[in-house]
Design a protein around this ligand. Structure first.
Ligand code: ADP
Length: 794
């Protein structure tokens, strides 16, 4: 079955023409589409090629050295570039090997169709020609037949009717013979024509037409071969999965596969390696608490009457926050556990981060809770220290107040009874400040009892040296009995004795055991031993009274400390007593004792009847003699020489701080600023420093030695000879400082012996080492005195 046998009919012929038209149309469409494809492939190639160039321009490439991700990215960009080139090559091939060939095929296809159509036309013309020939011959045949029939009829008619004969008959006969011959000729021609036409028709139909159709089939099939080749090329040049592409893909795939998270930052880490982060240290700046004299300790919570309520409510707040933080953290943890995917997704990561943050928050809260709980537990039944004794209202002022026992413990018979004679106990130290108490408790187990005020309430406190110092408040039961953690007792002495003799710890937590009761020092007088008489002066801490000792009626001077002052100030106040109690010298004011059994605390000292030297000089300026002045200088030098030998630096030597006794005898007083050290460096600023009396090295570097006192002594001598004058009068403190640094010195007061002024100048040597020591000064002044006050006159 083929064209030659199956497509002989007219309909087939027309269908074949139609088919060829359709194929030509298809070729047109293919050409148009593939041209567009070539164009768009080229554009695509060009676009991705330029993007790959941009992609390869990696910014801050140096910072990414060694990064496999970066390398892979560059490989991907290279592969895109290579792909672009391949696509372009393919587009070029598509154009030259496909689009152009389609064009050729199209032209040939049209030519072939035309040829086919021409041949078909010729063939059908041939058939038509044959038909026309036969028809023409047949018509001629029929016409001749008619003519024959007519002439025969005429002849027969003439022949039958011979009578007529003659010429007419011959004529008719001739015509008849002619027509007969023409008919017979025509008949023969017709026969011959029919034979020939049949032969021709047979040949055209059975030979020519099949041959034409066969050729057509060959041509069609050849076209199909060419067309197929074109389509194969189309497929070939449209194939982006070919080996070449696969090679590029494989290369880039290998590059990406080579990315290993562990390797990625290897070079980076090597290049930027640093030491592990050292912890930020948050240390307590101990300078902050310098001025608080131990009330505030570095890194230790202060639990006192000022902070206790805040601490409790803060603890409560923190515990609540801690609870909710813990709950949140547990919730986050359990949702983390529910995550099935073992890989760390971003969600997991943010959960983990949230958990870590909560953990940090929890630790912060936990720590604060622990610290506060620890501080509160540590307190136990221990005394709540007073942050600032403002609760002790009312200052001690004129007229001399009736001194009351703050707790009522020791000022009524009933109380005395109920406390079983606490006052009489050697180890009861009254209101001795906590800081003083601490100083007395040295060995583990040393203990004493004292009283303190809190919120207008008297508390009895047992202080023990145990792992530092512990202070326990004696608890009072509703029945009015006393206890710590153990059994109750009707009186405090019984409680303390039980605690001491049983050897049991005061509280199980502290483990503090009482071993050695520390008795009152001989200096610790009973407040009731002193009767205040009249106010004779006003000091920094309170008023100064003339008083009498109840026992021996000796007149004494009593310095009082205002009850409103904070404990710290009371401690400073007592410091003068602590220093003075060690000294015994005619030119140093003598300490008789301190009264700390109740408020106000007092320092009892010898009464120096002339009062302050400054007032004395001013009052007696007109009558005072040089001999007297020299005697004062000698006394002061004797007192200071004694202090120097005891390594005591006074730091505030001035006429206002010296007292005048009988016979103008001068005594050094006011040891409030004194220090028992060879050298003392001030670190807490230079507040309340008597600038005009202080040596430059102390002002400039805070360095105090006895040679600084020597400088002050020079000023004291100047005050004595100026009869109470104001040094550097008309200059401010800072002006005086500047001038002294520049070399200026106080001028010699009128009437000052030259040698004395020379001594002053030696005391004011800028370099402390060049100044004389007090023993030298004493010797020098003693010599002057002897010169001015011969022994027989004195
Ligand atoms: P403070 O050291 O508190 O400043 P002072 O020692 O300067 O107190 O004393 C204040 C005043 O009290 C002195 O100027 C003096 O008049 C008087 N005074 C102090 N102590 C005595 C004493 N022992 N004998 C006589 N009067 C004294």
């Amino acid at each position: 079955m083929g064209f030659s046998t199956s497509l002989q009919g007219q309909a087939s012929h027309e269908a074949l023409l139609g088919r060829q038209d359709a194929e030509i149309k298809l070729l047109e469409t293919m050409k148009r589409c593939l041209t567009t494809k070539v164009k768009s492939d080229r554009e695509y190639a060009s676009t991705i090629s330029s993007l790959s160039i941009q992609g390869k321009k990696v910014e801050r490439y140096d910072d990414l050295a060694g990064s496999l991700i970066t390398q892979s990215w560059k490989d991907i960009m290279d592969s895109i570039d290579q792909t672009a080139r391949l696509i372009k090559q393919q587009a070029d091939s598509m154009e030259s090997l496909v689009v152009e060939h389609i064009g050729n095929l199209y032209t040939e296809r049209r030519k072939a169709r035309k040829l086919y159509q021409e041949e078909q036309t010729w063939l059908s013309n041939q058939f038509q020609q044959l038909t026309d020939d036969v028809a023409r011959k047949k018509t001629e045949y029929q016409k001749n037949l008619e003519a024959y029939k007519l002439t025969r009829a005429r002849f027969e008619e003439h022949y039958v009717n011979r009578g007529r004969g003659g010429r007419k008959l011959d004529d008719v006969r001739e015509k008849y013979q002619k027509a007969c011959r023409k008919l017979h000729l025509t008949h023969n021609e017709y026969v011959l024509l029919l034979g020939a036409v049949a032969e021709c028709e047979h040949d055209l139909r059975s030979c020519y037409l099949p041959s034409l159709l066969r050729r057509q089939q060959t041509i069609h099939e050849e076209f199909i071969v060419a067309w197929k080749r074109i389509l194969q090329n189309t497929v070939k040049y449209s194939d982006f999965t070919s080996e070449k592409f696969q090679e590029i893909h494989a290369r880039v795939q290998a590059a990406v596969d080579s990315i290993k998270p562990l390797e990625e930052y290897k070079d980076f880490i090597g290049k930027h390696r640093t030491r592990p982060a050292s912890p930020l240290r948050f240390t307590f700046d101990e300078n902050l608490v310098d001025d608080t004299s131990g009330k505030l300790l570095p890194n230790k919570l202060t639990v006192d009457n000022l902070t206790i309520d805040w601490l409790r409510s803060r603890l409560n707040e923190l515990e609540n926050s801690l609870k909710s933080t813990l709950q949140n953290r547990q919730a986050t943890q359990s949702s983390n556990e529910n995550t099935c995917d073992p890989r760390m997704t971003m969600l997991d990561y943010s959960r983990e981060r949230e958990e870590l943050r909560l953990r940090c928050q929890e630790k912060k809260l936990q720590r604060q809770v622990e610290v506060i709980r620890g501080a509160l537990n540590e307190l136990g039944c221990e005394e709540l220290p007073s942050g600032c004794d403002l609760s002790m209202e009312g200052s001690f002022a004129e007229p001399p107040p009736v001194i009351k026992g703050p707790c009522g413990i020791n000022n009524s018979n009933n109380d005395q009874k109920s406390n079983g004679g606490l006052m009489e106990e050697e180890w009861f130290h009254g209101v001795l400040p906590r800081e003083e108490v601490v100083r007395l408790l040295v060995v583990e187990g040393d203990f004493l009892v004292r009283e303190t005020m809190r919120n207008d309430e008297c508390q009895i406190v047992l202080s023990v040296c145990w792992d530092g110092h512990k202070h326990f408040i004696v608890q009072i039961t509703p029945e009015g009995h006393y206890r710590f953690e153990g059994p109750t007792f009707p009186t405090i002495p019984e409680l303390i004795k039980h605690q001491w003799q049983s050897g049991l710890p005061v509280t199980s937590r502290s483990g503090a055991i009482l071993k050695t009761p520390i008795p009152r020092e001989r200096w610790e007088l009973n407040n009731d031993d002193v009767i205040l008489i009249e106010k004779i002066g006003r000091g920094n801490f309170g008023d100064v009274y003339k008083a009498q000792l109840r026992s021996c009626k000796t007149e004494v001077a009593v310095k009082t400390c205002k009850v409103t002052l904070p404990d710290e100030q009371k401690r400073k106040f007592l410091q003068e007593g602590r220093i003075l109690k060690q000294y015994d010298h005619p030119n140093i004011v003598k300490l008789i004792g301190i009264c700390v059994q109740k408020q106000p605390i007092m320092i009892v000292m010898e009464l120096v009847p002339g009062g302050s030297l400054l007032t004395y000089l001013r009052k007696n300026a007109s009558t005072i003699t040089t001999g007297e002045q020299l005697g004062m200088c000698r006394d002061a030098a004797a007192g200071m020489s004694y202090l120097e030998s005891k390594f005591c630096i006074h730091r505030d030597l001035a006429a206002r701080n010296c007292l005048v006794g009988y016979d103008s005898n001068v005594k050094i007083s006011d040891f409030g600023m004194s220090r028992e050290e060879e050298e003392y460096i001030v670190s807490d600023g230079m507040k309340q420093i008597p600038i005009k009396w202080t040596a430059p090295e102390a002002l400039n570097f805070g360095k105090y030695t006895s040679l600084c006192d020597v400088w002050s002594y020079g000023v004291l001598v100047w005050e004595i000879f100026s009869k109470g004058g104001n040094p550097y009068s008309g200059m401010s403190n800072s002006q005086a400082r500047e001038k002294i640094d520049a070399g200026y010195r106080l001028p010699s007061p009128d009437g000052t012996p030259e040698e004395v002024y020379r001594l002053m100048l030696r005391c004011w040597e800028y370099e402390p080492e060049k100044r004389p020591h007090f023993d030298q000064i004493y010797t020098i002044v003693e010599t002057f005195c002897l010169a001015f006050n011969p022994p027989n006159i004195v």
